[in-house]
Every structure is written in structure tokens, then in C-alpha cells.
Design a protein around this ligand. Structure first.
Ligand code: FPP
Length: 250
């Protein structure tokens, strides 16, 4: 396989992991088996991202809408999350990976919440890569919460509404500590954003693949980055105005 340009690896990759159910159905298996295989794909893709030098990886592990799924499936997804975190802690520490999460984790069952908070605590000093799990996350409610917080500040007289700009708004989002995604990947042939990082993907390159999430691996990630590297990111400018060094600071 052709080499990747090491100087143009997307700093932040976000992934909508879709197709676990279809992967299982194709094999006449229960959907939960698809999620189990999806968890294996998560393990591989996290390590592959670390090896490729990606600095931030955000995975859409559970949306606010996913609570509406059958109870057993929700329970299975939560239990897989706990299992994943328990089994990967050592590897995260060995590979200098810091875990963070965005979303309303108050809804996460007690045991899984505990292991999540424990993993966040134990990896908080790591600097090699940030693994950000979107859990019980929804983009619109994140934007609404930021809007409410800003409105409260204006009401209290701490802020003028004219001072609200994109930077200030971003700083009120759950992702305030991390840069916006450069590349958004969605698996399984669906071409929607599904309430994921609505504000943050404003300038992201979008990559859709028919591959179902359990089949997504290092090679597939490599292909997505290759495609990313073949695109010209213009941020609203003309092609002539954009030089690679300029893109770095945007
Ligand atoms: C979409 O497949 C996937 C999810 C709803 C959740 C993603 C969960 C995992 C990859 C497993 C565990 C995660 C971690 C972080 C350990 P789908 O069920 O919507 O598939 P379908 O559209 O084919 O039905």
C-alpha cells in the first residue's frame, strides 16, 4: 500500500461507528454479537490511530437517541463499554493514551460510570493521544446548553451579547479542550451526521464508507486518511490562497 504523508495526518479524527446490527444480521446473528465485534474494531482502530500519530480520536459510542433502543440492547452496550474500559486500561497507560468523554454520563449505569471515571482519572496525565468517547451525547443539546450558559452570563451582566463570537461559543461546548475534527468518518453507507458534533464539524472533511463498523480496521482507516490527504482544505478561501502551512494554523 502507498505510504501516507506523515506531515498531513489529521490531528482530530471523529468516527460515527455504524452498522453493527447489519453486520450481525448478515450472519444470522443477534445484534448484540455485532456490537461485540464492534468493540473489537474499537480496540484495533484506537491502536491504529495511535500508531499513525492521530492526536485526538472521538468515537460516537452512544447517542442520546440510542436510549430508545430495546432495553436488553442498551444494557448490552453499556456492559460492553465497561468491559472495554476494564480490558484496555493497561494498554491505554502503556501507550500514553488519555481517555475523556463528552455527553451526559449521569445517565450511564453506576458500574460503568465508575469504571469510566476511574479510567479518565488514571489516564489524565497521558499525552500521546486523546481518546474521546461520546456517550449519551447529542449535538443539539450540547449547543443548547452552551447557549443557556451564555445567556445566563449576559443576564448576570458578566458579558455583552456583542462579545459572543465563535471562539467564546466553542469554549462553552463539551469539546472546549480539544480542536475541531479535521476528518469525520461514517461507516455502513449512511450519509448523515446524526446529531454528532454539529458545531465542531463545520470545516471537517467528510468520509463515508460502505464498510460496516465491525469490519473497519487499520487498513480502512489508512484509506480514509489517504482520501483526506488527497483533498484540498480551503476554509472558504480560493485554492490559490491556501498553502499547507496556513492550513496548520487555521
Ligand atoms: C451502530 O450500529 C453502533 C452503535 C449504536 C454503538 C457503537 C458501539 C460499539 C462500537 C460497541 C461498543 C463500544 C465501545 C466504545 C466499547 P447499529 O446498531 O446502529 O447498526 P445498524 O445500523 O446496522 O443496526
Amino acid at each position: 500500500m502507498e505510504e501516507l504523508d506523515k506531515d498531513n495526518i489529521p490531528r482530530h479524527v471523529a468516527i460515527i461507528m455504524d452498522g453493527n446490527g447489519r453486520w450481525a444480521r448478515k450472519r444470522l446473528m443477534n445484534r448484540i454479537n455485532g456490537h461485540r465485534r464492534g468493540m473489537e474494531a474499537v480496540k484495533n482502530v484506537v491502536m491504529a490511530s495511535r500508531e499513525l500519530g492521530i492526536k485526538y480520536l472521538t468515537l460516537y459510542a452512544f447517542s442520546t437517541e440510542n436510549w430508545r433502543r430495546p432495553k436488553e440492547e442498551v444494557r448490552a452496550l453499556m456492559s460492553l463499554l465497561g468491559k472495554y474500559l476494564r480490558s484496555e486500561l493497561t494498554l491505554m497507560i502503556e501507550n500514553n493514551i488519555k481517555l475523556i468523554s463528552i455527553g451526559n454520563i449521569d445517565n450511564i449505569p453506576k458500574d460503568e460510570k465508575e469504571v469510566l471515571l476511574n479510567t479518565i482519572e488514571k489516564t489524565k496525565e497521558n499525552k500521546g493521544m486523546v481518546l474521546n468517547l461520546a456517550l449519551s451525547y447529542g449535538g443539539r443539546s450540547e449547543i443548547l446548553d452552551a447557549t443557556r450558559a451564555l445567556a445566563d452570563e449576559v443576564k448576570k451582566g458578566e458579558l455583552e451579547s456583542s462579545e459572543i463570537d465563535a471562539e467564546l461559543f466553542s469554549s462553552h461546548l463539551l469539546t472546549s479542550e480539544i480542536p475541531d475534527p479535521d476528518l469525520l468518518i461514517r461507516t455502513s453507507g449512511e450519509m448523515r451526521i446524526s446529531n454528532f458534533l454539529l458545531w465542531q464539524v463545520a470545516y471537517a472533511e467528510l468520509y463515508f464508507t460502505d464498510t460496516l463498523w465491525p469490519d473497519f480496521n487499520k487498513e480502512e482507516l489508512f484509506k480514509a486518511i489517504k482520501e483526506y490527504q488527497s483533498r484540498e482544505r480551503r476554509f472558504g478561501k480560493t485554492g490559490d490562497q491556501v498553502s499547507p502551512s496556513e492550513v496548520d494554523v487555521l
